[in-house]
Design a protein around this ligand. Structure first.
Ligand code: HEC
Length: 174
């Protein structure tokens, strides 16, 4: 092999050509590869953006709650279904059941204020606010849920009055 190669180089000019080629051909190949790789990433940059968007979508789509936006007040039914129903539908942990008038009469006779404060503060196996955070469910919304639940269970409570809107100072309260 080396003899064959050696025999191909007959004079210094050929030697220079071979050295030159040995040096520059790989360089050119590398350069071309680089250009190719670069053009590939450029071409795929469009689908890349799309797939990136797809990947970050769950996070990017998160609806960050604007703390300055007026908060929609939940209905009693809404709060009941999202927070209270887990116990009060089945009567779990001895909770008075929804629509079970017998379970509620004695409690209802103690009055609206008592029931609402009991629901806000919690009682025995019932956690305060049924476990909801005060930021998620306001006192007013708890009261509405109590009224909704009690009235569905033979009670006749009046819908609580909406509290005056709290002025937002723009600062977050913890
Ligand atoms: C983790 C289960 C659980 C959840 C969730 C829950 N409760 Fe209760 N609740 C109970 C239990 C248990 C009792 C009975 C407590 C007792 O008298 O010992 C009760 C009792 C009550 C009473 C009667 C309190 C009294 O003093 O007689 C009210 C009113 C009430 N719940 C309202 C609510 C409201 C409104 C929600 C939703 C915001 C809610 N509960 C969510 C378990 C729950």
């Amino acid at each position: 092999m080396s003899e064959q190669h050696g025999s191909m180089i007959k004079n210094p000019k050929q030697l220079i050509t071979v050295i030159f080629a040995a040096f520059f051909i790989p360089l050119i190949v590398i350069l071309l590869l680089l250009i190719y790789a670069d053009s590939r990433t450029k071409h795929s940059s469009v689908p890349n953006t799309e797939s990136t968007l797809k990947i970050i979508k769950p996070v990017a789509n998160l609806n960050f709650v604007d703390s300055t936006a007026p908060k929609a007040i939940k209905t009693g039914e809404g709060v009941y279904k999202s927070v209270c129903a887990s116990c009060h539908t089945s009567g779990a942990a001895g909770a008075p059941k929804f629509e079970d008038a017998a379970a509620w009469t004695a409690r209802v006779s103690k009055g609206y204020d008592y029931l609402v404060s009991s629901a806000i503060k919690g009682k025995n196996a019932m956690p305060a606010r049924g476990g909801a955070a005060p930021d998620d469910v306001s006192d007013y919304e708890i009261a509405r849920a109590v009224v909704y639940m009690v009235n569905a269970s033979g009670g006749k409570l009046k819908e609580p009055k909406e509290p005056p809107p709290v002025k937002d100072t723009g600062t977050e309260k913890k």
